[in-house]
Design a protein around this ligand. Sequence first.
Ligand SMILES: *Cc1c(COP(=O)(O)O)cnc(C)c1O
Length: 231
Amino acid sequence: MIAKNFEQVHRHIVGTAERVGRNPGDVRLVAVTKEHDTDTIAEGLRAGAKVLGENKIQDAQGKIETLGHDGMEWHFIGHLQKNKVKFIFDLFDLIHSVDSAALAEAIHEKAQARGTCMPILLQVNVSGEASKFGMDPDDAPEVIHRLASFGGVKIKGLMTIPPFDADPEKSRPYYVRLRELRDSCAKLAFPNVSLDELSMGMSNDYEVAIEEGATLVRVGTALFGPRPSTK
Ligand SMILES: *Cc1c(COP(=O)(O)O)cnc(C)c1O
């Protein structure tokens, strides 16, 4: 079942990218494994998963201990509390969900103390929904400017989560907005900042996201089925 799902999602990613004239290799699938056990994740790895997405530090720790890092990347996609920052360095290759300058600064400080640098994406709340984490789009250029000089973080791009809607077309304006924000920030050409990555798109709307420029799609349910908490 899982192998078939991967095949289908992969086919959709390639088909969508080609249809809009993008290189399918520029779109990476983040297989969202939150709530799933290591047996299920291992099945995903056998089906070709290369990037795994987790949203809770504590859950991820055990899974990463068991499955390791060989031949795969682990990405953090959940809300990160400052007191958990110290754990991310041994666990994750990319943090998608840096939702404030203060969090980025906390990561920078811990990274510097360890003599390392953490790749991050800035989470932007393009919908303005009060329930969503993420910085105000208007603040993004200023935040990027500040963080550009921080040696402990490397900004790779932007991420967003739109309001859920069963109709994927409802997500499109938010994905357009994130891409346009990225383009306008990229024009400012801050040193040490590359804004190549756009993390957007989930099971219900990843094709729309790819049409609008996503380079990282975060897909859980379409690969692994419903999560235990939603069954
Ligand atoms: C759970 C989650 C996903 C995956 O959602 P699906 O609808 O199951 O594909 C993507 N992004 C984030 C931030 C998530 O928390």
